[in-house]
Design a protein around this ligand. Structure first.
Ligand code: ADP
Length: 463
């Protein structure tokens, strides 16, 4: 058993990890920036330590500060959560070098999957289907991108080799667009990931995002816990996720699940991970990437499989064996997660401020993961995700009814949130039928929030 675990994160995921540790009997150390001194994760942990000023680079991304906090407070394990340092191979390696067990995969797997062209190559070789795209190590120059675009046929998606969070991604519908958008996407990648390496992928129209949850112990056992449909996205970022995927047949689930397990097995992966696929309308599926950490949306899988994924990640990091075989994994009912953001729903702009009244919904099958409380000031420095509502019921229809009731009950005064948008989606006939693809949310984009790529870039540069 770990002696003490340092939680290298903040907000809902830090609280989620602290809860899991408490159940396992592992004392926790929270880290926080000066902007978070009153944050709930700080109050909930057994001990806490300030690691720097508000800017993430100076605190939650500051590897020396976090390591010295862990060593000073006598921790022997570090859980990175999601975001921040969770997919930073150098951090995982630095933890191991300092004698701290990193709760996650080995550094080399983080690096491998973080290099998307390389991950694509490995998957292709292993027989996991990938979309036609740039071969080799990717492209950095417009002329090479144009050659790839012509070979693949339009539309293509320009992607950042080191990408994440939808950054550095642009759809190009013809050569002219590719020539114009490639430098913009590359600029975004340079700013976000300090990398000029891009790659192209054939753009798949009307695709669904279907991902598989993987559990892999250090003893070469790998299983999957079924899928999540995360097609409800805004600008390539997930907003609603559900399990099971409303259109997946048992046969296709088995086939995709096997491909996901193979993806983890071929690289010798360990701990929790997610293999992401695009599912085409004709039933073909394609690997897009593997996330080497716990996902924001892990809760829906927990509800339908009755598995505590965070506890599992800790147990596996302690070297324990998976206690369950693939055949024994069962799925019960339907679960849907709604990401609640502090944002103005009309204009999709962040809405930080003081929460004057917080009354989360409750009742059977209603789970709220949040770090909010009355009087809490939502800081401007971090991701505006303030709560996750997860509903679970026997069927998808019942889960949607439960979600409508819960979202109406959810009171958050003082700041604006996207709860009204979730309610609109829950009354949309296509959503209700489960008939949607990754472009679904475009119909709810206010025209003011739908600038062209060039406009968006110009606005960003001007601000
Ligand atoms: P990131 O790591 O930035 O999240 P992903 O590769 O996971 O990037 O893709 C994010 C989303 O972008 C997907 O869920 C999907 O909606 C869309 N997407 C990615 N690749 C393609 C593609 N080839 N065709 C169509 N949509 C895609």
């Amino acid at each position: 058993m770990f002696k003490k675990l340092l939680v290298a994160n903040r907000g809902t995921i830090a609280i989620r990890i602290i809860r899991a540790c408490r159940e396992l009997g592992i004392p926790t150390v929270a880290v926080f920036s000066t902007a978070d001194k009153d944050a709930l994760h700080v109050r909930m942990a057994d001990e806490s330590v300030c690691i720097g000023p508000p800017a993430a680079e100076d605190s939650y991304l500051n590897i020396p500060s976090i390591l010295s906090a862990a060593l000073t407070y006598g921790a022997d394990a570090v859980h990175p959560g999601y975001g921040f340092l969770s997919e930073n191979g150098d951090f995982a390696e630095a933890c191991q070098r300092s004698g701290l067990q990193f709760v996650g995969p080995r550094a080399r797997h983080i690096r491998l999957m973080g290099d998307k062209p390389r991950a694509r190559r490995i998957m292709k070789r292993a027989g996991v289907p990938v979309l036609p795209g740039s071969e080799g190590k990717g492209v950095s120059e417009v002329r090479d991108a144009l050659a790839d675009g012509k070979r693949l046929g339009f539309p293509v998606l320009i992607k950042a080799a080191a990408g994440g969070g939808g950054k550095g991604m642009r759809i190009a519908r013809d050569a002219g667009e590719l020539e114009r958008l490639f430098p913009i996407a590359r600029g975004e990648s340079e700013a976000a990931f300090s990398s000029r390496t891009m790659y192209l992928e054939k753009y798949l129209e009307r695709a669904r995002h279907v991902e598989f949850q993987i559990l892999a112990d250090n003893h070469r056992s790998v299983i999957h816990l079924g899928e999540r449909d995360c097609s409800i996205q805004r600008r390539h970022q997930k907003v609603i996720e559900e399990s099971p995927c409303p259109v997946l047949t048992a046969r296709l689930r088995e086939k995709m699940g096997k491909a996901a397990v193979r993806a983890a097995e071929v690289v010798g992966y360990s701990n929790v991970g997610t293999v992401e696929f695009l599912l085409a309308p004709d039933g073909q599926f394609y690997f897009i990437e593997m996330n080497t950490r716990i996902q924001v949306e892990h809760g829906v899988t927990e509800m339908v499989t009755s598995t505590d994924l965070v506890k599992e990640s800790i147990r596996m990091a302690m070297g324990e064996e998976l206690g369950i075989r693939q055949r024994a994994v069962t799925f019960k009912g339907a679960a849907i997660e709604f990401r609640i953001y502090a944002e103005d729903p009309e204009r999709h702009l962040p809405s930080p401020g003081v929460v004057s009244n917080h009354h989360p919904p409750g009742g059977l099958g209603v789970r709220v993961e949040t770090a909010l409380y009355d009087g809490y000031r939502v800081p401007v420095h971090y991701d505006p995700l303030i709560a996750k509502l997860i509903v679970h019921s026997d069927t998808r229809d019942l889960a949607m009814a439960r979600a409508r009731a819960a979202l109406r009950e959810y009171l958050i005064d003082g700041i604006k949130t996207n709860i009204p948008l979730h309610l609109k989606i829950l009354h949309d006939p296509d959503f209700i039928r489960g008939d949607f693809a990754t472009d679904f949310l475009r119909r709810y984009e206010p025209s003011s929030a739908r600038p062209s790529d060039a406009d968006a870039l110009a606005a960003e540069k001007a601000s």
